[in-house]
Design a protein around this ligand. Sequence first.
Ligand SMILES: Nc1ncnc2c1ncn2[C@@H]1O[C@H](COP(=O)(O)OP(=O)(O)OP(=O)(O)O)[C@@H](O)[C@H]1O
Length: 330
Amino acid sequence: MSAPAPTATVPATNQAAVASTGLSKRFRHQLAVDGIDLAVPDGSVYGFLGPNGSGKTTTIRMLLGLIRPTAGVAYLLGRPMPEGGAAVLPRVGSLVEGPAFHPYLSGRRNLARLDAADPHADRRTAKKRIDAALDRVGLLPAATKTFRAYSLGMRQRLAIAAALLQPRDLLILDEPTNGLDPQGTREVRHLVADLAGDGATILISSHLLSEVEQICSHVGVMHAGHLLAQGTIEELRGRTAPTVKIKTNEAEQATKIMIKLGIEDAAIGSPGHADHDHQLVTGTLGAVPAESIMPALVSDGVSVYGFAVDSPSLEDVFVELTGEGFDVSA
Ligand SMILES: Nc1ncnc2c1ncn2[C@@H]1O[C@H](COP(=O)(O)OP(=O)(O)OP(=O)(O)O)[C@@H](O)[C@H]1O
């Protein structure tokens, strides 16, 4: 039996937890977001990766219906935004620029204030939900401490607790580790990984490659308002061919053999890349099977002291996509 044809009002793209088609935003003369087609699969942890100013926050604001796109459509949980907001936003927890917390109130009292301001919140269950949210982010023991006594990591975890006051199918977190010290960063990353284990879809923006590599199943790469690529981390890594590295003291001969095998860019590395007895020959593996290299070298009398195939990192992929380096620091 063939699958039912999608109806005209339900494009296939909106089956994902978050989707967009041709989503664009222009601020005066600047196209901050340029026709992006997002697809955040249900249950994924999607890292929305890009350097500062690449358009991540603007996109997130459009997704949440906080600003209107100049062109294109965004869907949250299958509903177009902002029109579908009333129906879906109660199922979406978000952290964009963070809620304003009162410094002299405790974490628990701060959440109670935010909950009281939420028209969808059931007053009768408030106490239970607030403590469950504090517990979820590990702040129950600090529930009565004033907000100003919280560390940076605790403050950010409280902001995430605010997004968890209701059961959520989708969490959208804009740079949740931005501005945190290393300890706070670790706390928030652990929390995001824990939340992913609960089954909600998470869209998390970050300008840190290492962070996305550590906690995300999927990634979308933003650069100057364009979504350059998206997919699982493995799919993205698969776009760039692995590199082969040979340690030998017959480098010229090895290079010739590798070029003959089809590794066209095989070349002798700089002396710093090997020890003083050997040289390093590197090349892009491409379609050449890795297992064919050693036999070819050995049968031509080349002694091989080291052989490695390096899979590309997300950084290699980013550099290939943009032609630029990336801030990989944590
Ligand atoms: N309200 C606005 N008015 C004018 N320009 C804006 C506005 N908001 C964002 N921009 C511009 O749009 C571009 C994209 O900004 P955006 O904040 O979406 O990027 P980002 O990837 O989230 O980076 P960051 O992490 O620095 O916030 C930037 O050049 C920014 O200056």
